[in-house]
Design a protein around this ligand. Sequence first.
Ligand code: AMP
Ligand code: ZN
Length: 665
Amino acid sequence: MTDQQKIEVLRDELRAHNYNYYVLDNPVISDYEFDLKLKELQVLEEKHPEFYDPSSPTLRVGGSITKNFETVVHSERMYSLDNSYSKDDLEDWEKRIQRILGDSNVEFTCELKYDGASINLSYENGIMVRAVTRGDGFQGDDVTTNVKTIRSVPLQLKGEFPLKFDIRGEIVLPFEGFAKMNAERVESGEEPYMNPRNTASGSLKLQDSSVVAQRPLDCLMYGLVGQNTGISTQWEMLEKAREWGFKIPSTAKLCNSTDEVLAFVDYWDTRRHDLPYETDGVVIKVNSLRQQEELGFTSKSPRWAMAYKFKAEQVATLLNEITYQVGRTGSITPVANLSPVLLAGTTVKRASLHNADQIAKFDIREGDTVFVEKGGEIIPKIVGVDFTKRSPDSEPTRYIEFCPECGTPLTRTEGDAKHYCTNYYGCPPQITGRIQHFISRKAMDIEGLGSETVEQLYQEGLITNYADLYTLTKEQLLPLERMADKSAENLVAGVAASIEIPFERVLFALGIRFVGETVAKKLAKAYKNIDALMKASVDELTQVNEIGERIAQSVVEFFKNEKNREIVARLKQYGLKFSLSEEQLENQTDKLKGMTLIVSGVFQSVSRDELKKMIEDNGGKVGSSISSKTAYLIAGDKMGPSKRSKAEQLGIPIISEKEFFEIIS
Ligand code: AMP
Ligand code: ZN
């Protein structure tokens, strides 16, 4: 087989596996096998940029950066939906429709209303060519690169499809993935996201598509746009789109009467809590497209569709006590301890109160009867107080002033809603929290050591920071309660083995505030070793793509601290990896260091995104407009004439893609 054939075969295989896994929810090979095949394809594609394919499964991992999202006008407006809140509303709507159509036999398709971010996908010859957000309904943002990373969006269609059409759907973040993302954020000292919907729409506008690729987004489709599709009903459209490879939830139902529609609404009002993603209602659509056309639109919504909104579930319960948790970074989170109550299918005992402002805003007090609601969030929230039930001798909540764990006075910086305990080295939950983070799976992944053992080792005075782990001996461990010979050995061996963990994960493990997994990777790539990173100033750090002021400050502060420097020095001495490996360095050079390059036009052997990634991998920056500081203009076909003349005017060298490859090779 030639390389080209191999590439084709791998692409087809991976497409099929993607579809099985993400659309059908029915994987036929292991994740490991899948990753191997993907790697193989990546290597071949890198070797042969001439076989570039805009729908290759390798695009799912992202990598290219979008600085500015282009505005695109929708081929047809993306309307809102009219809302109804009662069965009477729905019945009125149906009567209205029957009157306009002069027909009392109207069929309806009922679908769930998925709560996420709307998206319009354009397909040409079966290839996904563009993804645009709803925006104001008339025009939205081009987020194609990011949407390509969403596994359930087919990049290439199957079967027989119209040559050119748009299809619309909702990008959602399922609960499970959302919870996992939040757990990781909390681990790296960041605030958790509030709800899946905002996080889904926020994800579409991230600059770095590889970050989007890591988010477990899903795309559920509901509507086709385009003339001459040969389709005559909404129901048929859903079935056809499913055949072409789109993810269409099987929850939709064709209804012949108002009673059936109402039964569908009733059923899902409670059952929706079993779904893996958030829904906030039902969308009822006239099934016949011919009738839809006859009904047309009002100034803001189609007359042939209606949303029925579910009510957010709310219960009242007693708030027994407000307690305060201290996180790994010293952040204080107030928690409402409630009398257990059943809400949306689960028993709720606790709710987060977020911060002092939240408590003050609702004037929440111990002993109050409070209203608890479960919306898109996983943790229920308190949405108000039943003041009629407040006892006359109740007193306003006084937020704590001292750390409940170590007694240190709490501080609060401007612009931050949270209080912090700054006793970094003396506050027990901060000390153990940092060590627990250090050993966690995504950091040093130390086998034979768990969170509880960390607590135990700390209580016994054997460790006070993560560097101490590397001096533990079997003899020290054996006297501990529940510590058998074998487990002591495993622990010591696990710690010793961790020195093989690569630099970027060691950096993540250090637990620098705001330095999560992705940021750690970026910093490792940019600085290559810890010594360079420790010397970096805030200004230099913010030059690195996606590293903002806040992260930069935190990094500088961390390394300024004498104790932290001492711990890093000890870890180095124990043999942990504090620089990138040879292999990691190989694909990167400094050849373009300090240079800004402009990419313009269409290229033969690589995509623009790939070209941009190559620039960054070699230390350069991708600029957006030509100035006297531009080092090179890489010109492809169809480059705008104004760009060329501007570059000529300023004396900027204009080079071809070939010449660029020579420079970096
Ligand atoms: P609204 O924003 O409340 O006016 O509702 C309109 C939005 O509902 C559309 O822009 C869609 O993104 C979203 N939506 C979710 N599920 C569906 C569905 N099954 N059919 C149509 N629209 C839906
Ligand atoms: Zn404390």
